[in-house]
Design a protein around this ligand. Structure first.
Ligand code: ATP
Length: 505
């Protein structure tokens, strides 16, 4: 695995995985663009998730809902009121920070002083932050007295009281910008699933239990975006809302925890690198009955959330439904006089309408990609003493499956064969196959190690029966080089497609 974030950032830029957004105008903080290899890797991760969670199950439907949503959706979901992070301003330079990030980044003795000042134990960091939020006036004093420094100037700051900062992006809709013509860019894909619950049930005749899966962009105006693609303002999520009979929710929660860990393992992110955090009640989101956060050991950052698996009870459907009073909701929801739909489904035993409970596995695509990349990253010393960087992706995630390399790019007998092989392998539908004639063979191998191409196929003079040593047995064969073992094997062209398909299975 990678030993630092730096190593990954530099490889990503050098080889075309990830670039800073709007870079030619100085960049835009919290926004990244996925380059030629990044887009392949990302698509492969999403496809693997979709395959496991939609195609390989018999209790799931897919969805792709719109990004901009009616303001009422985000009002009744609770996001208008509560989707915020605590922020403090430094009055000296008008810079703004997310309170917990600011404190976490201080030296240990400063954190200790802050904790003491607010009357909490420094070893319980969430409690320290919670206490600062609860006593804003005192918090401001404590931050000043402890000598909390500004990350930009490095100087001791003059801190305001912490205030909640709502992270939703708001945008105007339509040609007339009156008071009511605004909507929100969704801060999670989940809300599109809840608002389509009835549509999906009515159009598919689903009965409990079943789930709806969605992959798509979400937007959060993070106060301090940072750590490369770990915390961005435009992110992508892979979310499932799994609807079940109230009372069976805890079993389904356990089921999904297990399923998701198995899935991560299959992507090359081993269980041993993921800690399961059973989120303490005081830290739960407004909708949650219980949440497991999967914490992956990121290089440089340490254990940080890669996926949240929440039991959202009947909070969401209960919040978005009409006729709340007659539905015996368990969750505490705010009154809704705007919805025109009753979000119930027949109870499988009694046929009486019931608002189901929801289990939500929610993973970030960007954080997944960072973890996959980090696990695949390998530095090796070869037998000849040279060092190589190789990305040991699981084959189904590799951005390029096979590179087909003509040994001489100006010899038509060779390039014609190489191009025909490329076309044939591309036709297998395994993903991208690259015709690669951009440099010498050694360089091509090094490049394909660094981007994790499982196999390089080389077409040479033996292939076309023109080698001076004249080994006729090698005619119509190619060299296949294995990324991980570096072994080179001669394979007959007529058997190559079957050989590759078998290896990349
Ligand atoms: P954090 O505590 O790190 O801000 P969160 O608890 O707000 O994350 P959730 O609301 O549970 O995150 O979102 C579900 C998933 O979406 C996360 O596990 C993460 O993978 C991803 N995610 C959330 N916010 C971001 C972000 N700003 N950038 C990249 N991915 C994100």
């Amino acid at each position: 695995p990678a030993s630092s974030m730096e190593e990954l950032v530099s490889l990503c830029k050098r080889r075309g995985f990830i670039f800073q957004g709007s870079e030619i105008y100085g960049g835009l903080q919290g926004f990244y663009d996925y380059g030629p290899l990044g887009v392949e890797l990302k698509n492969n991760i999403k496809a693997a998730w979709w395959r496991a969670n939609v195609y390989e199950r018999d209790d799931m439907e897919g969805l792709d809902s719109s990004i901009i949503m009616h303001r009422m959706v985000l009002r009744h979901s609770g996001h208008e009121a509560t989707f915020s992070d605590p922020m403090v301003d430094n009055k000296k330079n008008n810079k703004r920070y997310r309170l917990d990030h600011l404190v976490k980044d201080q030296k240990a003795d400063v954190i200790e002083k802050v904790a003491q000042g607010i009357g909490e134990d420094a070893s319980n960091f969430p409690a320290v932050v919670a206490a600062l939020i609860k006593q804003p006036a005192k918090a401001s004093e404590v931050l000043k007295a402890a000598g909390v420094r500004d990350a930009f100037s490095g100087e001791v700051g003059d801190w305001t009281e912490p205030k909640p900062f709502n992270m939703m992006f708001k945008t105007t809709i339509g040609p007339v910008a009156d008071e009511e013509s605004y909507g929100y860019l969704r801060p999670e894909t989940a809300q599109g699933i809840f608002t389509n619950f009835k549509n999906v049930v009515d159009s598919t005749s689903r009965r409990l239990p079943f789930g709806i899966a969605q992959i798509g962009k979400a937007f959060r105006n993070e106060i301090t975006p940072r750590n490369f693609i770990f915390r961005v303002r435009e992110l992508e999520q892979m979310e499932i809302e799994f609807f079940c009979v109230p009372g069976t929710d805890e079993d389904w929660h356990a089921h999904w925890l297990e399923k998701r860990l198995t899935w991560w393992e299959a992507q090359g992110v081993p269980r041993s690198k993921i800690e399961i955090l059973d989120v303490p009640p005081e830290d739960l989101a407004h909708y949650s009955k219980r949440t497991y956060d999967l914490m992956y050991d990121y290089p440089t950052l340490g254990f940080e959330e890669i996926e949240g698996i929440a039991n959202r009870s009947d909070y969401d459907l209960g919040s978005h439904t009409k006729s709340q009073a007659e539905l015996n909701l368990v969750a505490k929801v705010s009154e809704n006089n705007d919805s025109i739909a009753k979000l119930t489904i027949p109870h499988p035993d009694t046929n009486k309408p019931v608002v189901p409970f929801v289990i939500e596995p929610s993973a970030g695509v960007d954080r997944a990609l960072l973890a996959v990349l980090s696990e695949a990253f390998t530095k090796e010393t070869l037998e000849n003493g040279n060092e190589r960087i190789v990305l040991k992706f699981k084959p189904h995630l590799a951005p390029i499956k096979v590179a087909v390399i003509p040994l001489a790019r100006n010899r038509e007998e060779i390039t014609t064969v190489a191009k025909a092989i490329k076309t044939e392998l591309q036709g297998l539908g395994l993903g991208r196959v690259l015709y690669e004639d951009s440099g010498n063979i050694g360089k091509a191998y090094r490049r394909h190690d660094e981007v994790g191409t499982p196999y390089c196929v080389t077409v040479d003079f033996d292939t076309i029966g023109q080698n001076e040593s004249g080994d006729a047995a090698l005619k119509d064969t190619v060299t296949v080089r294995d990324r991980d073992t570096l072994a080179q094997e001669r394979v007959r062209i007529s058997e190559l497609a079957g050989w590759i398909r078998e290896k990349l299975r």
